[in-house]
Design a protein around this ligand. Structure first.
Ligand code: HT7
Ligand code: ZN
Length: 873
């Protein structure tokens, strides 16, 4: 397969003035008639006329009304064309009903729908399918279906047809069409300039009762983008459609967002608090793309982080504003460490702006999205809130209607702030997670051993002074060293700009220095804090101000101190997390007992009724098994999945016993009375109650969980109870009852598949998964069901890594089958093997064998071939 390089970018030879498409829909024989006006690009470097096209049957083609016979390959067509502007017309035939890849035009539950990002439009018709070719589209749909939608505004309709016009020029990846027997949940929104916008969520008839929450989330997002970024919606109508078969969460097509039904449909009876929060965030994300992605798009796919990093950053700001900012930050960091760090530290590592790819679908990664958002968070921290707002205004003003680059983005910040961002740009070009080592030094006022004060002006090695103080005073110095391990073909990594937020606490727990931003630019750099009367305890990397691994030799006592006193909620949580992690690692390595300081700390935190219950719930969560495996590997110990599982079980049991007396009272306090609300307050109480129920189940064998399961009147309570019952070995009856109750609801049955595998005893997880693949409701063609089954197996760390290799083999068998149908989902799922080199020789050999088995499959897709190739290295 061909590798495409960022350095080879050339502008398109031909630009599109406008596009007219007619769709004559038929399941296996849809006709697409295109009329496209082309004009030469004044910036072109060659004159080649090439249109992408895949799996198309060309019926006819004309240039300026004269029939032509183009040269056709597997990738597209080329043709002799006039020197100046001309009109291209073509008719092609495609088969939506047999399109199981879910890219291009396909069918889902009897509905026609499209997915064009990144390169799906070329499966619909011949076109320059690249994001720097932007044009207004007019679309006519002909079918006997009652609802026919496309981008932009509706312009006309009649019996069996509808016409849409999108006045905003857009790249083909934002094209969308939907047709089906759908019903809508309607609403309206008045924009800040007083324009009236029609809003709709379109669903299958049985799902209408699940739309209200999504609609409220949409209106909140529209308002928030006006209030915070000054961005107004720009069409007369905004449509969202829920689709059952979808490769990802949702897609931001202009004026016609298409959603995986799991990312938009919600009701208290069928959705958990976590589902509601995710839906709110995804709706916001897709809506925010209207400006960051659609009005300003990417010049090429290497610039994907330009829209995705920024939009993730914006949606996390939105969630922080709607809910709890510290809880959101902690959850985001948990997610970053679980998904992005392993990617950046393994064979799939790549820069936030990759420099090469074979299949762009493989680069919709945690690095592009989540690390891309972290980079924007750092930029904002460095320039300050006001300058960030100024830079964003300039970005929208300067680049509206453009297909832009990371260079454009950074130039806007340079122009708005006068800062030189040359070094900062390394965050986009260097792969890998920087490791930040910190050491401390304390010199009391009368400390004669202290070297004489260094002259800051003359000595570049001299420490930066953070705070001058009165005399006599002690001086505290933090010395940081940064190093990014080699990876993804990059050997020499240069120092990056690191914003390090630091606070200092006095020995009595009072804060003696409020959060202060240190700006590290060198490989090694010291910062001096003066005017201190006693040696402080530092709180470093507050709010997780840079996506690095902080390496700090410190005592469990100091961690316990920060857990008790830190004023920064993130670092308070971090101190507890590190204590738990260190304790678990000591237990795994040398059988040490659980750390009393952690148990005491948890005892205090859980009873602290001044703290947000959602925060307390996060505090009580133990590090994931995969996080522990990674930590052990970093410390030179080969992780044993069974020992990790056992240690977590032991510690959780001890925590339950420690909190035993307090559990009933705390649980009673967390009970939420009255009608269900998915808001952060009640959801946080249920989250803490859920953790407490998990602990109680360890003591009562599931008696309370069984009662909760019977009386639950919402899915959060029901599912928490069911998980506890499965874990305690008493889940069988409840699982059967759950299936009978929910068998007609696909999204709930996904939970049923997922839970019994994810919560299974590791010795049985692969067998449970195998049995479920034989269940009549297992559907290989539905990505949600496939992920619920195989994704859950991978989530069950010790189960997936069972020593006999059955977990690996089962997953590989199904990936081989799925690849023929849906390469995109197959390739994404291959990443569960990415950390294979971490484990012992036997497990490594088994994983390698299975990866090689996938690689050897005949006609393996380009997507999967690239992923397996990169993982094997
Ligand atoms: N921009 C979208 C990314 C995407 C996608 C979505 C659904 C199916 C396939 C897809 N390929 C790429 C989603 C987003 O980031 O908002
Ligand atoms: Zn996005």
């Amino acid at each position: 397969p061909q590798t495409i390089y960022l350095k080879d970018y050339t502008p398109p030879a031909w630009l599109v003035e406008d596009v007219h498409l007619t769709f004559r829909l038929a399941a296996k024989t849809t006709r697409v008639i295109s009329r496209i006006r082309f004009a030469p690009n004044p910036d072109r470097v060659d004159q080649t006329f090439f249109l992408h096209g895949e799996d198309l049957v060309l019926i006819s083609s004309h240039i300026d009304g004269v029939a032509v016979t183009p040269t056709i390959t597997e990738e597209g067509l080329s043709c002799d064309v006039p020197d100046g502007p001309f009109t291209w017309e073509a008719e092609v035939e495609i088969s939506p009903a047999t399109n199981t890849a879910l890219e291009g035009l396909y069918m889902s539950s009897g509905m026609y729908c499209t997915q064009c990002e990144a390169e799906g439009f070329r499966k619909i018709t011949y076109y320059p399918d690249r994001p720097d070719v932007m044009a207004p589209f007019t679309v006519r749909i002909e079918s006997d279906l009652p609802v026919m939608l496309s981008n932009g505004n509706p312009v006309a309709e009649g019996e069996g047809w509808a016409e849409w016009h999108d006045p905003w020029k857009k790249p083909s990846y934002l094209f969308a069409l939907v047709a089906g027997d759908l019903v809508n949940h309607p609403d309206r929104f008045t924009t800040m300039s007083g324009r009236d916008v029609e809003l709709n969520i379109w669903v299958r008839p049985g799902d209408l009762h699940k739309c209200a929450f999504g609609m409220e989330a949409l209106k909140k997002s529209m308002k928030w983008d006006e209030d915070v970024y000054g961005r107004e919606y720009d069409l007369d109508i905004f449509n969202i459609v829920a689709v059952d078969d979808f490769n990802m969460g949702a897609m931001e097509n202009k004026g016609l967002n298409i959603f995986n039904s799991s990312a938009v449909l919600a009701s208290p009876e069928t959705s958990t608090d976590a589902n509601f929060e995710r839906i709110e965030a995804i709706i916001a994300h897709e809506y925010f793309h209207n400006w960051t992605g659609n009005r300003i798009t990417c010049r090429d796919w290497f610039q994907l982080c330009l829209k995705e990093g920024l939009t993730v950053y914006r949606d996390s700001q939105f969630t922080s504003d709607m809910r709890s900012a510290p809880v959101k930050r902690i959850s985001d960091v948990i997610d970053l460490r679980a998904r992005q760090f392993p990617e950046d530290q393994g064979p799939l590592s790549h820069p936030v702006r990759p420099e090469r790819f074979q299949e762009i679908n493989n680069f919709y990664t945690a690095t592009v999205y989540e690390k891309g958002a972290e980079v924007i968070g750092m930029l904002k921290r460095l320039v300050g809130d006001e300058a960030y707002a100024k830079a964003l205004d300039l970005y929208f003003e300067r680049h509206d209607g453009d297909a832009a680059t990371i260079e454009d983005w950074l130039r806007v910040f340079e122009d708005a702030t006068g800062r030189d961002l040359t070094q900062f740009k390394r965050w986009y070009s260097q792969s890998g997670t920087p490791r930040l080592k910190v050491t401390e030094d304390w010199a009391a006022a009368d400390d004669a051993s202290r070297p004489p004060s260094r002259d800051l002006a003359d000595n570049p090695e001299a420490p930066d002074q953070v705070r001058g103080g009165g005399t006599p005073s002690g001086t505290y110095t933090l010395t940081f060293e940064q190093h990014t391990p080699e990876g993804s073909g990059q050997t020499e990594k240069e120092p990056q700009v690191l914003p390090i937020a630091v606070g200092l606490l006095g020995p009595n727990g009072d804060e003696v220095l409020a959060t202060t931003l240190l700006e590290m630019t060198q490989a090694k750099q010291s910062f001096e804090f003066t005017g201190l009367s006693a040696r402080p305890i530092p709180s470093i990397l507050r709010e997780f101000s840079a996506p690095v691994v902080l390496e700090r030799e410190t005592s469990a006592d100091k961690r316990a101190f920060l857990l008790a006193h830190d004023t920064d909620p993130f670092n308070r949580w971090e101190a507890g997390r590190q204590l738990a992690r260190d304790g678990l690692i000591a237990m795994i390595r040398n059988g040490s007992p659980a750390d009393d300081r952690w148990l005491e700390g948890m005892s205090r935190v859980v009873r602290d009724d001044t703290a947000d219950p959602a925060f307390r719930a996060l505090m009580l969560s133990l590090p994931a098994e995969s996080e522990l495996a990674q930590a052990l590997h970093e410390q030179g110990t080969t992780p044993d999945p069974d020992a990790i599982w056992q240690a977590r079980e032991t510690v959780a049991q001890q925590l339950a016993e420690t909190l035993q007396d307090a559990l009933p009272r705390l649980q009673a306090e967390m009970t939420v009375e009255g009608a269900y609300s998915p808001d952060a307050g009640p959801a946080g109480r249920r989250a803490l109650a859920g953790k407490l129920l998990g602990l109680t189940t360890r003591l009562d064998g599931g008696a309370q969980a069984a009662r909760q399961y019977t009386h639950a009147d919402n899915m959060t309570l029901q599912l928490t109870a069911l998980a506890c019952l499965i874990r305690s070995g008493r889940g069988e009856d409840a699982l059967a009852a759950f299936y009978n109750r929910w068998k007609d609801d696909r999204l709930v049955i996904d939970k049923w598949f997922m839970l019994q595998i994810a919560e299974a005893d590791p010795a049985r997880a692969a067998d449970v998964a195998k049995t479920l693949t034989e269940h009549p409701d297992f559907d290989l063609k539905n990505p949600n069901r496939f992920r619920a089954t195989m994704g859950a197996l991978a989530m069950n760390h010790a189960g997936f890594h069972r020593a006999d290799g059955d977990g690996y083999a089962l997953l590989a068998d199904w990936l081989i089958r799925l690849d023929a149908l849906n390469p995109q989902t197959t390739a994404r799922m291959c990443s569960v093997f990415q950390a294979w080199r971490r484990y012992d020789a036997d497990r490594q050999a088994l994983m390698r064998q299975n990866l090689e088995r996938i690689a050897a499959k005949s006609d393996l897709s380009r997507d999967t071939a690239e992923m397996v190739g990169r993982i094997l290295g």
